[in-house]
Ligand binder design. Structure first.
Ligand code: AMP
Ligand code: TRP
Length: 341
C-alpha cells in the first residue's frame, strides 16, 4: 500500500500525536502486523499548513528541522520510508489550486477544525485556515496514497479528500472509464485515536489547551510526574475502564495500556484495592520508561544534526519529488494545461 501522512511543526509532539499518528507510521514502515504487505510510506512535515497560524520565521525554521529529528528519534527510518518537508516538493500548492477550483465553499465551511481554529485565532482568520483541507487533499493525491494514518480529528479532512477525488475524476475523466485518482482510506489506530486532555477530558489532548493538557514526548521525568499527578480524575476511587461514566480515568488507563502493553483487565486487577494516587504514580513511571529511549536518541541526533538533516532531507525530497512529478504530469495533461518541457 502507498501510505502518506504529515504533522505540523508545532515545536512539540505530545502523546496524542504519538499514539494517534506516529506510532501508526512506525508500524506501517515496518509492515506490522507481521505478514502485512510491504508499504511505500511518505511521511512529511507540513510546514505550509503550519503557516495558517502566525509564526516567527527564525523559530519556524528551527521547528521544521527539529520535527525531522523528532521523527528519527521515535524510530522512523529513511531507509524504510520517505521523510520530507512539504514545502521542498514542488506540486503540493499547484495541485491544491486545481482542487480548490472544484471545492464547494459549503464543504469547507462545515469543517470542525476550521470552526475551532477560527474561534481560537479570532483576529487572524486568514484564507489559508479556510482552504487548509484542500492543501491536505493535494498532499494525499499528489502521492496517490491508498491509506492515511491519522488521529480521529483528521477523519473529516480525509473524507473531503475522497469527495475531491470523486469530483476530479468526474470533471476530468480518462478514456475508457479510467480515473486518475483513487479514494484514500483513513487509517485510525485501534487504541489512541483520540487521547483526551489531562486537564479537561471533554476535549482532545492538544497543545492549544496549554501545557497541563498534555505530556510531550520530550518532557523531563519531573514534569511528567507533575502533569500526571495533577491530571483531572472522576468521582469515586475505582480504577475501572468506563469511557462514559469515567472518561478521565479511562483516558489515563488508555495511556497506561499504550505505554505498558497491558490490557484493561490486567490494569484493573493490578489496581483493584488501590486509589487514583497509586495508579497515577505508576502511570507516570511507565510513561517515563516508555519515552526514555526516544529521548536518549533525540539527544544523540542533536549532536550531529547538520549532517543528519541534510542527508535525510535530500534523500526524502528527491524521492518525493519524483512521485509528485509523475502525478502532476498526468494532472496537467488531463486538465488541459500546457506541458512543461
Ligand atoms: P496536529 O498536531 O494537529 O498536526 O496533529 C498531528 C497528528 O496527531 C494528526 O494525525 C492528528 O490526528 C493526531 N492527533 C492530534 N491530537 C491527537 C489526540 N489528542 N489524540 C490522538 N491523535 C491526535
Ligand atoms: N491536517 C493534518 C493535522 O493537522 C496534517 C496534515 C497535512 C496531513 N497534510 C496531511 C495529515 C496529509 C495526513 C495527510 O494533523
Amino acid at each position: 500500500m502507498k501510505i502518506l501522512s504529515g504533522i505540523q511543526p508545532t515545536g512539540l509532539i505530545h502523546l496524542g500525536n504519538y499514539f494517534g499518528a506516529l506510532k501508526q507510521w512506525l508500524d506501517l514502515q515496518t509492515c506490522l502486523p507481521v505478514g502485512m504487505e510491504k508499504n511505500d510510506c511518505y511521511f512529511m512535515v507540513v510546514d505550509l499548513h503550519a503557516l495558517t497560524i502566525p509564526q516567527n520565521s527564525a523559530q519556524f525554521k528551527q521547528n521544521i528541522e527539529s520535527a525531522i529529528l523528532d521523527y528519527l528519534a521515535v524510530g522512523l527510518d529513511p531507509k524504510k520510508c520517505t521523510l520530507f518537508v512539504q514545502s521542498q516538493v514542488v506540486g503540493h500548492t499547484e495541485l491544491a489550486w486545481i482542487l480548490g477550483t472544484l471545492t464547494p465553499l459549503g464543504e469547507l465551511e462545515r469543517m470542525t477544525q476550521f470552526k475551532e481554529k477560527s474561534q481560537q485565532h479570532k483576529d487572524s482568520v486568514n484564507a489559508g485556515l479556510f482552504t487548509y483541507p484542500i492543501l491536505q487533499a493535494a498532499d494525499i493525491l499528489l502521492y496517490q496514497a491508498d491509506g492515511v494514518p491519522v488521529g480521529k480529528d483528521q477523519e473529516q479532512h480525509i473524507e473531503l479528500a475522497r469527495t475531491l477525488v470523486r469530483k476530479f475524476n468526474l470533471h476530468y475523466p480518462l478514456p475508457k472509464n479510467k480515473a486518475l485518482f483513487k479514494e484514500p482510506a483513513t487509517i485510525l489506530p485501534k487504541e489512541g485515536a483520540k487521547i483526551l486532555s489531562l486537564n479537561d477530558p471533554s476535549k482532545k489532548m492538544s497543545k492549544s489547551l496549554g501545557a497541563d493538557s498534555y505530556v510531550a514526548i520530550f518532557d523531563r521525568p519531573e514534569i511528567i510526574r507533575k502533569k500526571i499527578m495533577s491530571a483531572v480524575t472522576d468521582s469515586g476511587r475505582e480504577i475501572k475502564f468506563d469511557m462514559k461514566e469515567k472518561p478521565a480515568i479511562s483516558n489515563l488507563m488508555t495511556i497506561y495500556k499504550l505505554v505498558s502493553g497491558k490490557d484493561f483487565a490486567q490494569i484493573e486487577n493490578q489496581f483493584k484495592n488501590k486509589g487514583y494516587g497509586d495508579f497515577k504514580k505508576d502511570l507516570a513511571e511507565k510513561i517515563i520508561e516508555f519515552l526514555k529511549p526516544i529521548q536518549d536518541k533525540r539527544i544523540k541526533l542533536e549532536k550531529d544534526k547538520k549532517k543528519i538533516l541534510s542527508q535525510t532531507l535530500e534523500l526524502g525530497r528527491k524521492k518525493a519529488q519524483k512521485e509528485a512529478d509523475k502525478t502532476m504530469k498526468l494532472v496537467r495533461e488531463v486538465v488541459g494545461l500546457p506541458e512543461i518541457k
